[in-house]
Design a binder for this molecule. Sequence first.
Ligand code: DTR
Length: 344
Amino acid sequence: MKSKLGFSTGLLSAVLFALTLMPGPLQAKSITLSYANFPPAPTFPCVQMERWKEEVEKRTDGQVSVQTYPGGTLLGAKDMMDGVIQGQADIGCLCMAYQPGRFKITNGLALPLRIPNARVGSMVLWDIYQKYQPKAFDQVKVLTMFTTAPSNIMSKKPIRTLGDMEGYDLRASGGAAQILKKWGANQIGMPMSETPPALQKGVVQGVFSSLEVMKDLKFAEFCPYITMTKTVLYPFAVVMNMDAWNKLPQDVQKVFEELGPQQASWTGTYMDRQVQESIAWSKEKHGVEVIELSPEQDARWNKTLVAPIVDSWIEDHQAKGIPAAKVVKDIRDFSAMYNGEFVN
Ligand code: DTR
C-alpha cells in the first residue's frame, strides 16, 4: 500500500520503528528500579531509602524512578541478599548482623568496640568495605552502607544491675546476642520486623537495640525503662542486583557511586538525631525513665565482660584466613579519626 507521499506503509513504519530505537535526549529511556526493605516504613532503614530515592530521581533528572517496598512486602529480613542476587528486587537493604556467618569482615562493626555514634559507625563501615572489598558482596553492587547508633536496653521492668537482667527475656540478634548472654539475660533472637508483636504479646520483656525504635515503632508504649549501656551498633548494606547494575547507563552509575558515602553519612546523622528525638519523646509522652550506668558498672558491663567476645572473634576469623586483628585495629583507628580524637 502507498501513502499519499508515495512511501509504502511498510517502509514508513520501519522508519518510525528505527527512530524509536535511536538514542538521544528526546528519547532518554526511563528506568524503574524496585527497592525492597524489611522493616516498617517509619523506621530508619526505610527513611533512608526514601531519601535515596528522592536524591536519585533528582540527580538523574527523572531518568530513574525508584519504586520502594517497605515492610517486607517484596523481600523479608533474611531473604534480602539472596533475593537481590536472584533479581526478585533490583535493590535491597539488609542488616548484616542477622547473618553473622555470611558477612564476616563487615560484621566486625558489630563487635563491642565502643564506636560512639551512627555517623562515625557509618563512615568507618564504608571505609572498611572499601579497603577490604569482602567476597561476601562479590555477587552484588554495593550502593551504600551505614550503621545504627549504639544499642541500649528498653524494658518492661527497670534494669539497674546485672542481677535485674538475670534470666530476663530480652530480644537481640546477631553479635549483640552474645553480649546479652554475658550479662546473664535470656537472649531471644529475631529480626526487628518480628519484634513489635513479640513485645506486645509478652514473648519478650524488652529489646536491646538503638533507641530510635522507642518512637518509630512505639516501643515506649510497652517499655517504660531504658538502661543506657551504649554498647554495639549494627551494620547495614544496600545492595543492587549485578545485571540491573550493569544495564544502567554510565551517567546513572556515576550518580549512584557518588551517593554511596554521602548516603552513609546522611543516614548516620539522621539516626543519631532520631535517637535524641526518640528519647525526648519517650520521656515526655510516656514518662519513660532513663537509667545511666555508674562508671564502675560501665567498665564491668562494657569492658570486662565483653572484651573476650572481641578476642574470640579475632581468633576464630584469623583461623578462617581473615585478617581479623587488622580489621579490628582499623575499625578502632578509623573510628578515632572520624570522632576527632587526639592521640598524644
Ligand atoms: N539494632 C538492630 C537493627 C535495627 C535498629 N533499628 C532498626 C529499625 C528497623 C530495623 C532494624 C533496626 C536490631 O535490633 O535489629
